[in-house]
Design a protein around this ligand. Sequence first.
Ligand code: SF4
Length: 108
Amino acid sequence: MAGSQYRSGVPDNWFVDPVHLGVPGVRRDVDVVEDNPLSWQSDALCAQTDPEAFFPEKGGSTRDAKRICTSCDVRDACLEYALQNDERFGIWGGLSERERRKLKRRAS
Ligand code: SF4
């Protein structure tokens, strides 16, 4: 995914190149997938959609992104990754930045 074609709010490293992870169900290099903390991204629904929905401008709607997250098989892994890595921007695991902060506060 080339970052330059998207708005600057979408990080260039948002997603690992799926070629490195393998096609779901046809993964050959299991060690590479298991060692990669972002391997869940190969099953991420948002990788098939418009990334701008997941990184809206301040005050922009998060509804479309959150709706996609509700059907995503890797939602739990995505949220856990975002919480562990203190992802500050965008929708991860169906939660906004503010919602993730709230969740972290409640858990501590
Ligand atoms: S839960 Fe949402 S943000 Fe996370 S991988 Fe799935 S679609 Fe993307």
